[in-house]
Design a protein around this ligand. Sequence first.
Ligand code: DGL
Length: 264
Amino acid sequence: MPSNAPVGVFDSGVGGLSVLREIRRILPHERLLYVADSGHVPYGEKTPEFIRQRSQQIAGFLLGQGAKALVLACNTATAAAVASLRESYPRLPIVGMEPAVKPAAAATRSGVVGVLATTGTLQSAKFAALLDRFASDVRVITQPCPGLVECVEAGELESPATRALLQALVAPLLAEGCDTLILGCTHYPFIKPLLRQLVPASVTLIDTGEAVARQLQRVLAERDLLAERTTAADAFWSSGQAPALAAVLPALWGRAEPVFPLPV
Ligand code: DGL
């Protein structure tokens, strides 16, 4: 596999763009391919089997485009599908992501940590194992957030409806004494400015985009796959309305890009 081959990244929708931004910042020479499975968003309320099937189809598509590595820029897809993808492609570098329980357990002073994530992530065996491993000394309060991904997909990052929903979701966590909140879904960093307005300044917000980008950097470096400067353009696909993704790219990715319909 040539080191100048692209990196394939996918999510259920636009959330993974919060990870893609970090990858672009930390690995400016990599060519990036992004798939938004917006025709099937939200993953959070789908069965693990459905998410595994979609992840396999999208992975197959990205590899067909020449990807040298895959990033699951989605906590829910990682919980459901990363093991099956690693089984299917044992030699391919695959980077997944999970809620940042370990750094949150280290950061909390009150000893109470809140996790905002999808129902699928919070119900997964992977998340239970994560708590067993890193959260034995802290109290973790989980908050599934149905509806929040839809707000981000609609580009409603600061609307009154998003504010009201988010307020209702975080109020119980604050009432329990959480001083650290984990953003356990890649859509949520886009509503961080709103969240910041709704919680006291003393509350720490933790997300994982940068850690994922650094993990990708390590994995590529280990295999001698880091790209030299590439001149080829990044590429974007959506399984939903391609114009809808194109419309939000300037705000969420920082520039306009063509978006193609995903053929799988
Ligand atoms: N962005 C995804 C995550 O990190 C999933 C959102 C969804 O489709 O429910 O979990």
